[in-house]
Design a binder for this molecule. Structure first.
Ligand code: UFG
Length: 337
């Protein structure tokens, strides 16, 4: 039996595929390469010695999606595929709603038709909106501040409704905090298109001289140094959380929600210092105004994942920065086909 990984060529998807293969799981990938490159498959093969079966198709194509289920013995799904840039979602809400919903509708329709009842869904800490307190527990109130976050929240609710109704057997919702780092081989990592939106790729590109300087968005937040605090988690730790969630989902029924973070918050300037120390490279920066929509502090209480999934993060911030730097240095222009 195989696990179907949608968006398996993406940043988190590719790292999860590597962990799945190394755990001897049969993996099938669907990816439309809208935000990833086919070269990822060569890299996965280099790391693991195995090449996962790939369907280079779009979940928006229901017939193509059905075909993947018809041609394979699939017993579970990890669903990463989707548009994910917060700012872009505010500029193009219709594109985000229609893409993320339609892709998920088609996937779930095919799952129901082919009797596949287990799914691990890639959600985000963005569903907690602006939390009143930190650390954030899974039972905190939910709200969103942008269309991207809204698609995550609505899909969470849809999956729960389907599970309650018996249309799905088991739903595991993983709410990621801030995934960074890269596989220790330096062969796979984060490859953002154009100017990075997220902090770590901006820092690693600045460190190798691709960008002049980092723009720190605000130093007047109520945090220890005035810059925004986040819970950065190594992408390999995050990938391993998917294996733990999948194993549990295969064994239980119902919908479960897990924070996937380390429980530790670092500020933007903490990360700059950690990156400089880990890489031995300078990261020049300037302080700019706050970025609209950003919150001061966001970090997880990861107790539930530890207790129920037996999972907790292993890699520290230095290792995250070292691995991010190795990936960026070995692949200054990302994946070049
Ligand atoms: N930051 C900068 N300069 C940059 C980029 C980011 O100072 O060039 C700061 C931000 O202001 C924030 C921190 O670095 O304080 C982290 O910003 P990111 O853009 O890397 O990440 P966010 O926490 O804003 O967003 C991430 C994911 C979203 C998700 C959100 C909530 O990218 O998908 O976490 O969980 F919705």
């Amino acid at each position: 039996m195989a696990v179907l990984v949608t968006g398996g060529a993406g940043f988190i998807g590719s790292h999860t595929v590597v962990e799945l293969i190394e755990a001897n799981r049969e993996v099938i990938i669907i990816d439309n390469f809208s935000n990833s490159k086919p070269e990822v498959l060569n890299r996965i093969e280099k790391i693991t010695g195995k090449r996962p079966k790939l369907y280079a198709c779009d979940l928006l194509d229901l017939e193509a999606t059905r075909k993947v289920f018809a041609e394979n013995e699939i017993d579970s799904v990890i669903h990463f595929a989707g548009l994910k840039a917060v700012g872009e979602s505010c500029a193009q809400p219709l594109r985000y709603y229609s893409h993320n919903f339609d892709a998920t509708f088609n996937l779930i329709r095919a799952m129901v038709e082919y009797g596949v009842g287990t799914i691990v869904f890639s959600s985000s800490a963005t569903v907690y909106g602006s939390p009143k307190t930190v650390p954030i527990r899974e039972d905190f109130p939910l709200s969103t501040t942008n269309p991207y976050g809204e698609t995550k929240l609505v899909i969470e609710r849809m999956l729960k409704d389907m599970c309650d109704a018996g249309e799905l057997k088991s739903v595991s919702i993983l709410r990621y905090f801030n995934p960074i780092g890269a596989h220790e081989s330096g062969l796979i990592g984060e490859d953002p298109k154009g100017v990075p939106n997220n902090l770590l790729p901006y820092i690693s590109q600045t460190a190798i001289g691709k960008r002049d300087k980092l723009h720190v968005f605000g130093d007047d937040y109520p945090t220890h140094d005035g810059t925004g605090v986040r819970d950065y988690i190594h992408v390999v730790d995050l990938a391993q959380a998917h294996l733990a969630a999948l194993d549990r989902a295969m064994a239980v029924t119902g919908t479960e929600y897990y924070n996937v973070g380390t429980g530790v918050g670092y500020s933007v300037l903490d990360i700059v210092k950690a990156f400089e120390k880990a890489s031995g490279k300078k990261v020049p920066y300037v302080i700019d105004p706050r970025r609209p929509g950003d919150i001061a502090e966001c970090y997880a209480d990861p107790t539930l994942a530890r207790e129920k999934l037996g999972w907790s993060a292993k890699f520290d911030i230095e290792r995250m920065c070292k691995d991010a730097d190795r990936w960026q240095t070995m692949n200054p222009d990302g994946y070049t086909d």
